[in-house]
Structure formats: C-alpha cells, structure tokens
Design a protein around this ligand. Structure first.
Ligand code: G6P
Length: 612
C-alpha cells in the first residue's frame, strides 16, 4: 500500500518519477505527489490518480536531477491534496515520502508541537519528517544519522525516502516491514517500493532489509547502516523482471491481459518442475524442508484475499491426495488469536506480493513458536520470500490488475504440484492415479486456452446479468473455493454485492434471497456429487432464480435446466479449479467494463496490503 519512488543522478528526475508512480499505482491511487530539488524545492501533490498530478504539473517547473515521488492509499487522514505525500518539515528543509504506518505518531506529534513544530496535514508521515528534523537540528547531525536515530523512536512500519534541501547530492532511505529496492545505474540511483519503476534503467538492485538505512550520493557512493549503527555490506542482485510484462500489450486493461496470459503463465509455473512423459514432479524449493513437510502433523496455511482462496483449494488437495490435515487461516485472524502451533506444524504462506503485512506477521508468530515456514510467492525477493525457511515462486510475472487472476491460477498450479509430489513420496495415491493427474495437469494450459476462446459467449452472458444488484455463486468440493473466488472477483471490480457459498448450504440462508433478480452462478463440473448439484440448481429454478451453470463439455442434465450454460473442458476433479476459475474471471471482467468501472484500479482497493 502506497508506492514510493526516488531518483538521484544526471537525468531529469520528473519523468522518471511520474513513470515510476504510474507503475506503482497498483499500490494505491488516492493521491500522488512529487518533490524536486533544483536550488529551490518544488513540491506538487494532487488528490486522485497520477494522471491528475501530471495534468496539474503541466507547464510548471519540473527541473531537477534529484526527486522523490509517492502514490497513496490513505490510512491517516482523508485522501486530499494536503494529506498527499511528499511531506515537508516545518522549516521546509526536509521532504519525505512514506509507505506504512507510524503507530506512535500521536505521542510524537504532541511532543513535537511543544518543541515548536507545526503541522498542516492529518498524517503520521508529517510527524516522522518533523521528528527527523528535530533530531537533526538538536544535535547537528548528518541526514543519515538523524534518520537512524529518529527511527529508533518510532513504532510501526515504514519504507521512507528523505531529501534534504541543504544536501542536494544525497538521498536517505530506510525500511521496516514495507518494501524498498535500490537500483544502481552509472553514477545514479533509483529507489522504489518494487522493481517496476527501475527495470528499464538498470537490473542491478539491492533489496533493503528491515531496520536498514541506506544513503546514496551523487558521486555514486552507497552505504547501508543498521538501525544499531553497524555498517552493512550491500548485496547486489539481478532484478528478475522484463519490461514487456509491465505494459498492456494492446489490451484495454491489465486484468484482461493477465487473464489471457494464463495458458502461458501456468505453463511457466510448471516449467522444469513436471514431466508428464516421465511421470515426475519436482519442486527444488521444497528440498530443504521436504522431510519436515512430509512428516508434518499438519499444514497451517496463512493468507489473505484471493490467496486465501488458493489456500482453501490446497486444503482439498492435501487432505484428498496426501492425507495431511490442513487448516486454512485468514492471516489477520490467526495472528491475533493465540493459535496452537507446534514444532511438528508447517506454516505455509501464500502471497502474490510477498508483502502482505498480516501474512508476514502470521509467519513471524509461527516461527517464534517453532514451526517451519514455507512461502508460495510471486514477487521475487519480496519480504515473505526472504523470511520463510523455504519456498517456491509461482513465476507468473508481474501482476498489475488489482484483482488477482494469473497469480491465483499460478498459486493453485504450484499447490497442485506440491500435493502430487508429496502424494508420490508418501504413496498416498496409486502410481496410476498419480500419472493420470500429472498427464492432465500438463494439459491444463491448453484447456485454459479453450475457455479463453469462448470469451464472446461469456461476454454475452455478462450483458444479460450486468444490472443485477446481487449475485450468488455456488460450488461443492473443489469448486466451493472457486465459488468464493468468483464472488470476490465480481465484488472487487464491478461493485455488485456477491456471495460465494457451498451449494448445499444455500438452503440454510441464501435461498431466502433468491428471486427473478438474482443471478446464481453454479459451478457444476464435479463428477462426484453431480446429482446433488443438479438438485441445488432445481431448487434455485423453483424460486425463479437465473442460473448460469459452468459445466463440463457434453453435460446432459444441468445444461438443460440452467438459463445460461458455459461449457468448459473436462479434467480430473482435483484440477477443475484451474479451469473453472477462468470463465468467472472473464464474467466479472466484462460486467465491470459494461458498468463503466475502472477494472484495473477498483475503488478503495490496493494490490499490496502492507498495513494491517
Ligand atoms: C489485496 C489484493 C488481492 C490479494 C490480497 C492478498 O486484497 O487486492 O488481490 O489477493 O491483497 O495479497 P497477497 O499479495 O498476499 O496475495
């Protein structure tokens, strides 16, 4: 949440900052701002998207080879021009951008007011910049030393970049729980919340760790200190990211591009990890923890949002195929309810961004209590990827649309491979069934492609139900989490209220809501429980509900009673989520477009939730 970007070097900073902010907009788009230093300090901030900032800055002076920028997801203070970052200290000397929350800001603010600091905004960030100034002035310290000491007084989460009007050849940045990457060019530096604003200029990056303060200078020097004042050795890595992945490539929205990428991204996730002809699955990232995982008493999965739905599918997979008990927890609930965790548990975190604050905190708790931790993450080098004892990347490339699509199918693909690998090791399924599942899994990219080919049919159905105020999604077994995910997708981007339910539970409440205005999406591809789902469809029809049925090709019964049918290729039941999720993604996409919604940047949401 909130994106930060900064530049110091020989180039004009403004275009780099604006482009970087547009790339980081997935992290929040309540307001945007930049500060540029060129003898004089120019700060421009605007409520709304980066484009509004750009329009506002048009024709104004943007000269300067050092600058900082920010795109905000509001926490402290409403989204307006005043609360927008960057924030400047009372004297106007320091300017700062911040991603995170300073929890003890109220106490600090009172103390700073007594010392004569004045505040314009309601933000915790303005408190932080004044605190740094106070420390700097009181002891005549360098900027980096003032930042370090000020941060020892702060409780909370932050990634910050600070610029000093009196030291125009230097930027100081720091992190605690919020991500920060430094890109190293030829006598120039880029600082950002992730690699997306950096990738076109350099692939040499340093991922800053918690409680580290980094200073970059115009002469090309970089130094990193710990908050305890110990010099750290910078570890330069290659940024694993391609620029094409950050562009829309002819699509109207990133979400549509990402939906269409899935045959490729699922295949990428499996590349080198599965061989259908030879009948094996091998995930290198597991090796280190393999024994522990195979002998675990249970897996506890912690995650949020769409990643939590992938976790629910994993529960079906691991219990069904590997016979390991699984608990799937909302990270935010798990961490605060004094959970029972033992050394025989393995805690698995699923996260696209690898930065979700609650998921990271749940992992920390698990580690403290002696459990092994495993991460399933998309963003390479992210906090969760680095914190866990072992893990696997899903390798689907940057996901930019706020509503998760290709990351979800990547997570499910990875979890399916993990379950298969363990099932083989533990001999919990027969070799014949293992081979059958591996062969089918290898065919999933092609089958997903077949679903994408019926896009226009799904678009037509979207047009028929786009004005509904509510929708219900039903599924059983492996398709129950898909019902939840389908409903979430619709809610997120089209603002239609939607509920996902286990089909049989419908009778215990939601059935009361069903009338001719209620579309009911039924995922009915299951071979087991098919008859039961068919009865549920009958129950909906008897109450005049409009049924959209997702069925397997060649379906005979449900397609006859449903109002609309979407046929998807048949597959093995444990693999259906990978195919059945696709028409639901397309359905919500088209409904949102028809309702005039901004599909990639739905209101109030952000992609990387780095606050609790
Ligand atoms: C936000 C995003 C969702 C995502 C969730 C968890 O709510 O909008 O798309 O599923 O966070 O994020 P993570 O990065 O941990 O998967």
């Amino acid at each position: 949440m909130c994106g930060i970007v900064a530049y110091l070097g020989k180039k004009e900073a403004y275009p780099i900052l604006i482009k970087g902010l547009k790339r980081l907009e997935y992290r929040g788009y309540d307001s945007a701002g930049v500060a540029l230093l060129n003898g004089k300090l120019n700060v421009y901030k605007r409520k709304g998207k980066v484009q509004e900032l750009e329009n506002f800055v048009d024709q104004k002076s943007t000269h300067g080879t050092i600058g900082i920028g920010h795109t905000r997801w509001a926490t402290h203070g409403k989204p307006d021009d005043t609360n927008a970052h960057p924030h400047t200290s009372s004297s106007g000397r320091l300017t700062l951008v911040h991603n995170g929350i300073i929890e003890n800001y109220a106490v600090l603010k009172e103390a700073l007011k007594k010392l004569g600091h004045t505040f314009k905004s309601e933000t915790d960030t303005e408190v932080l910049v004044n605190l740094i100034e106070e420390v700097q002035n009181a002891d005549g310290l360098s900027l980096e030393e003032a930042v370090r000491i000020a941060l020892t007084k702060v409780v909370g989460a932050y990634a910050i970049v600070v610029m000093d009007r009196n030291e125009p050849d230097k930027l100081v940045a720091a992190r605690m729980s919020s991500p920060l990457v430094v890109g190293i060019g030829e006598d120039e530096f880029y600082l950002a919340s992730d690699g997306t604003p950096i990738v076109e200029y350099t692939k040499k990056v340093i991922y800053i760790k918690d409680e580290e303060i980094v200073t970059v200078k115009r002469n090309g020097e970089i130094s990193i200190m710990s908050i305890n004042n110990e010099l750290q050795t910078p570890f330069i890595q290659e940024l694993e990211m391609e620029i094409e992945a950050l562009e829309k490539g002819g699509y109207d929205y990133f979400m549509l591009k990402e939906i269409n990428e899935q045959p490729h991204t699922i295949a990428e996730c499996m590349r080198g990890r599965l061989n259908a002809e030879e009948g094996w699955v091998s995930l290198g990232g597991v090796k280190q923890l393999q024994e522990k995982m195979l002998n675990a008493d249970r897996f506890i999965i912690v995650s949020c949002g769409t990643s939590w739905h992938a976790g629910l599918i994993a529960e079906y997979l691991f219990e069904d195929l590997v016979r390991i008990p699984v608990e799937v927890e909302y990270a935010s609930e798990f961490r605060y309810r004094n959970p029972v965790i033992t050394e025989k548990d393995v805690v698995i975190a699923i996260s696209q961004s690898g930065e979700t604050a609650d998921t990271l905190a749940a992992l920390k708790l698990a580690k403290e209590r002696g459990a092994a931790t495993f991460g399933i993450v998309n963003v390479v080098g992210s906090s969760i990827a680095r914190f866990t004892d072992a893990g696997c990347y899903i390798h689907v490339g940057p996901e930019i649309g706020v509503a998760s699509t290709k990351a979800f199918t990547g997570q499910v693909t990875l979890l399916t491979m993990l379950a298969l690998m363990f099932a083989k090791e533990k001999k919990t399924i027969s070799d014949a069934y293992f081979n059958q599942l591996v062969t089918e899994l290898a065919k999933i990219p092609e089958k997903v492609g077949e679903v994408l080919a019926i896009n226009s049919q799904i678009q037509y159905i979207a047009g028929e139900i786009k004005d509904a105020p509510n929708a219900l999604y039903l599924g059983r077994g492996y398709n129950f989490p898909i019902a939840l995910e389908g409903a979430l997708k619709l809610k997120e981007i089209s603002y239609i209220h939607a509920e996902g339910y286990p089909a049989a539970e419908m009778k215990h409440g939601p059935i009361a809501l069903i009338d001719e205005n209620m579309p009911v999406v039924v995922i009915a591809t299951n071979k087991s429980a098919y008859e039961k789902i068919a009865s549920n469809v009958q129950e909906v029809k008897a109450r005049k509900g409009v049924v959209i049925a997702i069925v397997a090709k060649g379906d005979k019964e449900i397609s006859k009673i449903a109002d609309y049918t979407i046929e998807i290729p048949e597959t093995e039941e444990p693999l259906t989520p990978l195919i059945a999720s696709i028409p639901l993604q397309l359905l919500s996409y088209h409904i949102a477009v028809m309702r005039g919604c901004n599909v990639d940047q739905p209101r109030n949401l952000a992609k990387s939730v780095t606050v609790e």
